[in-house]
Design a protein around this ligand. Structure first.
Ligand SMILES: [Fe+2]
Length: 405
């Protein structure tokens, strides 16, 4: 008789443990907001679960001071994508673009399904006018992300918790592996759930191939990029979500995949720079035009892009790749020019712990260079001024300048 009770008890305990496990596997993970090409009226959200959710959804409502927002929820269905990790584990990623939002409005949202939801998070849409905004720029996190980038991301959030979005300049991870993306999300904590992200891919975000017996980075973006992000699809054919552009409150942001063929992107780039009516233009890609690394000089990228930056008066170019810091004078046609004439400021920065020695090839063009430093940049764009502040991971102001126009 006792044995029978024991077996029944064991059965109920097993059921309870299984239910708990199933429930945990349905909890949305790696929730991230991305900007869309219409940031005043839409936003993209991406997440994943360990086991498949049949009807993934996003719920959104205008934020209220109490929980009455729940009376006015709008449901959106999400796309589903099955993904196999490097450990042959099956994972499910979901994405949705929430549209028809009001400009400059705070919303609450959650993701999941009718059985298991995430917590409610908040975001604010962009203004539909050319008003002041703030964003954070981060160069390559790439290595030891959980160990050493957590403090950079968290210091950046403490310094600029009101940033409207974050921009990454590539090499988010050193290999496009799920384990490393796990570290990337761990380091950011809840930040990506409340602050939209845009990013340019770096060489390390691309797949490895073997050429003549040697491992090389290919021009094919790693499988992990598109399942974790829902980025604009207005780039050149074959480079959707890795080259793209969007306008944010009077500034055109052009994100370029510089690991792909840069010459083939110049026509696309010229078109979107030529028809740009925004006051400011910021371009971000991974490989620097004026390298700060000792043995680096990316002539291909410089020859392809710099004439267009000059011709269309690009204000600021943000790059990474060289694992050091360099901020140029205003440059036009390869030469330093006065601050009151047309020209472009070029920045190389790094957020992760990997450090390369500085080169001096372009010292005559630079205002500030540095090595062995982890940095984040807080950039405020106003009607007549861009204010740029670079901070060290321990919160000290490292470099500062303004572009006035
Ligand atoms: Fe790189």
């Amino acid at each position: 008789m006792r044995k029978k009770y024991f077996i029944i008890l064991l059965y109920f305990i097993s059921c309870f443990v299984y239910a708990q496990r199933v429930s945990e596997d349905l909890v949305p993970q790696r929730i991230i907001l991305n900007l869309t090409p219409e940031p005043a009226t839409s936003i993209a959200v991406t997440w994943r679960t360990n086991i498949e959710v049949n009807e993934p959804k996003v719920q959104v409502a205008i934020s209220t001071q109490w929980i009455e927002f729940k009376n006015d929820i709008i449901n959106s269905s999400a796309m589903k994508e099955r993904f196999i990790t490097e450990h042959k584990e099956e994972i499910f990623h979901y994405s949705a673009v929430i549209k028809n939002l009001l400009p400059n409005t705070k919303y609450v949202y959650r993701v999941g399904s009718d059985s298991v939801w995430s917590e409610w998070n908040q975001f604010t849409t962009a203004d539909d006018k050319n008003s002041e905004f703030k964003f954070v720029y981060l160069g390559d996190p790439q290595n030891n992300i959980m160990e050493y980038c957590s403090r950079v991301f968290r210091e950046a959030f403490k310094t600029a918790s009101d940033a409207d979005f974050w921009l990454f300049g590539g090499d988010l991870v050193t290999d496009p592996l799920d384990d490393l993306w796990s570290e990337f999300f761990y380091a950011a904590g809840f930040v990506f759930r409340v602050t939209p992200i845009i990013a340019a891919p770096g060489n390390h975000d691309h797949k490895l191939i073997t050429v003549d017996g040697k491992l090389r980075r290919s021009r094919e973006i790693g499988n992990t990029w598109k399942v974790h992000f829902t980025l604009p699809e207005n780039g050149p054919d074959g480079l959707k979500e890795t080259s793209y552009y969007l306008d944010y409150q009077g500034t055109r942001f052009v994100i370029i995949n510089s690991q792909a063929n840069v010459e083939e992107q110049t026509l696309w780039l010229e078109n979107i720079l030529a028809e740009n009516s925004n006051k400011w233009t910021v371009v971000c890609f991974h490989h620097p035009i004026y390298s700060s690394g000792r043995e680096r000089d990316d002539q291909k990228t410089r020859n392809a892009f710099q004439p267009l930056f000059d011709k269309y008066s690009v204000d600021l170019v943000l790059t990474g790749h060289d694992h050091s810091y360099a901020r140029s004078k205003k440059i036009f046609n390869g030469k330093a020019v006065d601050n009151n004439v047309n020209g472009t400021v070029y920045v190389v920065s790094v957020s992760g712990p990997k450090a390369y020695p500085l080169g001096n090839k372009y010292n005559n063009l630079m205002v500030k260079t540095g090595e062995n430093v982890q940095l984040f940049q807080v950039i405020v764009v106003k009607e007549n001024k861009i204010s740029f502040n670079a901070y060290t991971v321990n919160g000290l102001l490292y470099d500062s300048f303004e572009i006035i126009k």
